[in-house]
Design a protein around this ligand. Structure first.
Ligand SMILES: Cc1cc2nc3c(=O)[nH]c(=O)nc-3n(C[C@H](O)[C@H](O)[C@H](O)COP(=O)(O)OP(=O)(O)OC[C@H]3O[C@@H](n4cnc5c(N)ncnc54)[C@H](O)[C@@H]3O)c2cc1C
Length: 381
C-alpha cells in the first residue's frame, strides 16, 4: 500500500493569511450571492468575476511570472481554489484554462504558445474547453477517431467531439486526435491548440438533464490549423493527455460540488435538529473532513514534484460518492414541501444538486474507470 500513501498536508501561517485574503476578496465580490447562485460554482459563468480573480493574482498562480503568473506553490493554489468553491464563486469561465489547459501548455507548449496564451489565462480573459470525448469514445479515449491529417504547413482536421463543456463560451480547445497510424492503440495521437473561431468548426448545444446548455457537440469539417498548433510531441499525445487528466482529477472540486447543500441543510435543520439530522450531518462532516485532508495531501505531493495520480483518483472516486449522497440524504431528512409557491434557498440548492448529481460520477472519468485505475495501482490488473 506504500504507493498510495497520503503524506501529511503542508500548512503554515502564510497559507492561513492567504485564506483570510481570499475570504475578504470573496466577501467583496460575491458577498451578496444567494445560495441558488452559489451551488452552480464551477458551472457558474461571470466574465467580470473571472477578470477580478486575474487582477487579484488568483489565476495562473503556479505559472512563472514571465508568463503573467504568480510563481506561487500548489498549496497556495489549493487554498484559493478551496475557498472559491466553498463560497460557491462563479469560476466556470476560467476554470478549465486555469486548472488544466494552462498547466498543460506550461509543461508541453512551445515558447510562442506560452507567451501568447498563459498571460491571458492568468488575467482571466481566455477560456478553454476539453476536446477528448467522442460519440463512440468516452472511457476508452484511445479509440478516438478525430483525425488531424498532416499537410503542407499544418494539419487538416475531421471528426466530432461531444460533451464538450463550455465550448460555446471558450476561445480555445485542446484537441486530442490522431495524427498518424500506429500499431499500438495509444500511439499516433497528438494534442492540438485549436482557436475555436477557425472556419469549419461547428459548435452545437446539448441540453443536460436540468435543461441547461452547459456542454456541446463540436464538429470539425476540413479545418486547417497551422503546424504551430501542435502541443508537445507529434504522436506523443497519449502520455500528455494522461498528465492533463491528472490535473483534472486532483482538486477539491471533486468533493465540493454540492457543499452548498450541506450549508443549507445545516442552516435549515438547526432550528429544531432531529436525532436523524444530527447523526447524518455528523457523518457527512466526518467524510468531508477526511477527503479534505486527503485532497490537501495531493496538493502537497504536487508541490513536492511527485506524481500523485493514484491518490487523486481515490479522492475523485470518494468525492463523487459524497457529492451524490449529500443531496439524497438532505432530501430524505428535510423533504421539499410539494406545491409551495416560491423557492426557499434550501429548495433552490437541492433542486440544482439533484438534477446535476448523476453527472458527478461520469465527468472526468467514470466510477468504474477510476476503480480500475486504483486496482491497477494495487497490482490487481
Ligand atoms: C457533466 C459532464 C461534462 C463533461 N465534459 C466533458 C468535456 O468538457 N470534454 C470531454 O472531452 N468530455 C466531457 N465529458 C465526457 C466524459 O468524460 C464522459 O462522459 C466519460 O468519460 C464517459 O464516457 P461515455 O459517456 O462515452 O461513456 P462510456 O465510456 O460509453 O461508458 C458507459 C458506461 O460503461 C462503463 N464502462 C466503460 N468502459 C468500462 C470498462 N473498461 N470497465 C468497466 N466499465 C466500463 C462506464 O463506467 C459507464 O458506466 C463530460 C461528461 C459530463 C457528464
Amino acid at each position: 500500500m506504500d504507493q498510495i500513501a497520503f503524506a501529511p498536508p503542508v500548512d503554515d501561517a502564510a497559507l492561513h493569511e492567504l485564506r483570510r485574503e481570499v475570504r475578504a476578496f470573496l466577501a467583496e465580490t460575491i458577498g451578496d450571492h444567494a445560495p441558488g447562485q452559489r451551488i452552480r460554482s464551477w458551472m457558474g459563468n461571470d466574465a467580470a468575476f473571472s477578470r477580478a480573480c486575474g487582477e487579484a493574482g488568483y489565476l495562473g498562480m503556479t505559472f512563472p511570472t514571465r508568463y503573467g503568473g504568480q510563481g506561487r506553490t500548489s498549496m497556495e493554489r489549493y487554498v484559493v481554489t478551496e475557498e472559491m468553491l466553498a463560497a460557491g464563486a462563479p469560476v466556470g469561465l476560467h476554470w478549465i484554462a486555469d486548472r488544466q489547459s494552462g498547466p498543460l501548455l506550461l509543461q508541453y507548449g512551445t515558447e510562442e504558445q506560452r507567451r501568447e496564451i498563459l498571460p491571458r489565462v492568468a488575467a482571466g480573459e481566455c477560456y478553454f474547453c476539453i476536446g477528448m470525448s467522442e460519440p463512440d469514445s468516452g472511457s476508452d479515449l484511445a479509440a478516438a477517431r478525430t483525425r488531424a491529417e498532416p499537410v503542407d504547413g499544418g494539419f487538416v482536421i475531421n471528426g466530432t467531439k461531444v460533451w464538450t463543456t463550455n465550448a460555446h463560451l471558450a476561445h480555445y480547445m485542446i484537441l486530442f486526435c490522431k495524427t498518424e497510424a500506429a500499431e499500438d492503440r495509444h500511439g499516433g495521437a497528438s494534442q492540438l491548440l485549436i482557436d475555436l473561431s477557425t472556419p469549419g468548426i461547428t459548435i452545437s448545444p446539448i441540453l443536460n438533464m436540468a435543461g441547461k446548455h452547459e456542454f456541446n457537440e463540436v464538429s470539425f469539417r476540413d479545418v486547417f490549423v497551422p503546424e504551430t498548433a501542435l502541443i508537445g510531441t507529434r504522436g506523443g499525445g497519449w502520455a500528455q493527455v494522461m498528465g492533463e487528466l491528472a490535473f483534472e482529477r486532483s482538486g477539491p472540486e471533486r468533493f465540493l460540488s454540492t457543499f452548498a447543500v450541506l450549508v443549507e441543510l445545516i442552516r435549515h435543520a438547526s432550528a429544531e435538529p432531529t436525532r436523524e439530522a444530527k447523526i447524518a450531518v455528523g457523518r457527512l462532516t466526518a467524510h468531508l473532513v477526511t477527503m479534505r485532508r486527503m485532497s490537501r495531501s495531493v496538493a502537497g505531493l504536487l508541490q513536492a514534484g511527485e506524481n500523485p495520480s493514484l491518490q487523486a483518483t481515490i479522492v475523485k472516486d470518494l468525492g463523487a460518492v459524497f457529492e451524490q449522497d449529500l443531496p439524497e440524504i438532505a432530501r430524505l431528512l428535510v423533504p421539499r414541501p410539494v406545491g409551495r409557491a416560491g423557492q426557499s434557498d434550501y429548495e433552490a440548492v437541492l433542486d440544482y444538486a439533484i438534477l446535476h448529481a448523476p453527472s458527478f460520477s461520469l465527468r472526468g472519468g467514470t466510477r468504474e474507470i477510476l476503480r480500475g485505475i486504483i486496482a491497477r495501482g494495487l497490482g490487481l490488473r
